[in-house]
Write a protein that binds this ligand. Sequence first.
Ligand SMILES: NC(=O)c1ccc[n+]([C@@H]2O[C@H](COP(=O)([O-])OP(=O)(O)OC[C@H]3O[C@@H](n4cnc5c(N)ncnc54)[C@H](OP(=O)(O)O)[C@@H]3O)[C@@H](O)[C@H]2O)c1
Length: 344
Amino acid sequence: MSRTGAGPAVAREWVLDRLLDGPLRPEDLRLRTTELGPLQPGEVLVRNEFMSVDPAIRLRMDRRRGGSGAYPEGEPMGAKAVGVVLDSAAAGVPVGARVVTFLGFRDVAVARADELEQVDDVVGVHPAENALTALGNPGLTAWVGLTLIARLEAGETLLVSSAAGGIGSLALQIGRLRGARVIGSAGTADKVRWLTEELGADAAFDYHAESPGAALDRLAPEGLDVYFDNTGGPLLEAAVPRMRRRGRIAHCGSVSGYDGGGSPLRIDDVARIVQNSVTLRGYLVDDHRDAWPRALEELRGWLTDGRLHAPHTILEGLDSVPEALSDVLRPAAAHRGKLLVRLN
Ligand SMILES: NC(=O)c1ccc[n+]([C@@H]2O[C@H](COP(=O)([O-])OP(=O)(O)OC[C@H]3O[C@@H](n4cnc5c(N)ncnc54)[C@H](OP(=O)(O)O)[C@@H]3O)[C@@H](O)[C@H]2O)c1
């Protein structure tokens, strides 16, 4: 324990005054300044460096979510963030430690030591951003989806949707590292080029320029063994009838419907799932914590020897949070890789 009384006396933080009944607008968020009291035993003061901008934040902003899953109205919002401990009243979390908390949306935060994760070993070798990309939730989510849920094997054909996004760009690369033939979908021609020319996709298509079904018939005439689904909606509808026998769909998320508040998981051709013995399985990365050490070891090895890249886009400053949130929810979004906001 190394309490010093150091650090700022106030935090700037984004608040959601009312849960949303319709699409997100920038004015739905309010920036306020709050005084920070003295640290209580077991607490630390954290200076946030980066916040992870996740589409699923929008689900917690929705009135229909209700219960414990929704953000409390009039309170600061939460999201994964990495930062440095400025002051500590907690045994085992010294000043200077790198930590991941769920206290994004603010520049500094008071965190409980039992609700944070120390990541000094990760950022000792890699930049702090990686704790929110390849060596954090996105890397683990891509690894769990392909390894434990879809059980991807070498030589199989894999489709990844939102392949230029945070989780998709990692799933695409992990698919290649596992020896699969990988097809990516994305919302702009530039991203499609990036997927094939820089990330190593065997093929890619722009789902605005061509219907997903036509693109898959052209690029995977033999069908798909695995679909890593980040979007739900029309891409899922197109993939299901094109799954090969004993195909597997890892349903990671349904971003195409988040800002409408409803579920875009629509499958017209349910009979095909039976005829082809297709498995469609949703999952939460947090339910697979026992596998995280194995996943992190493999991800860290690939990163260290340069076979895996951790693509990300950084928007500068706490003030850019509303812009970042609306970007991550829209088709043909501007960011590539994981979207982060630099908070300090
Ligand atoms: N299962 C889990 O445990 C778990 C954990 C974390 C996240 N997730 C899920 O993983 C998915 C990806 O998250 P991420 O943080 O990596 O976000 P991301 O892919 O970096 O950003 C979202 C992307 O979705 C695409 N998009 C938006 N609207 C769309 C639409 N109508 N149709 C098709 N694509 C659309 C946009 O790219 P385009 O340019 O391609 O349109 C946008 O860049 C989300 O569904 C998220 O909820 C799941």
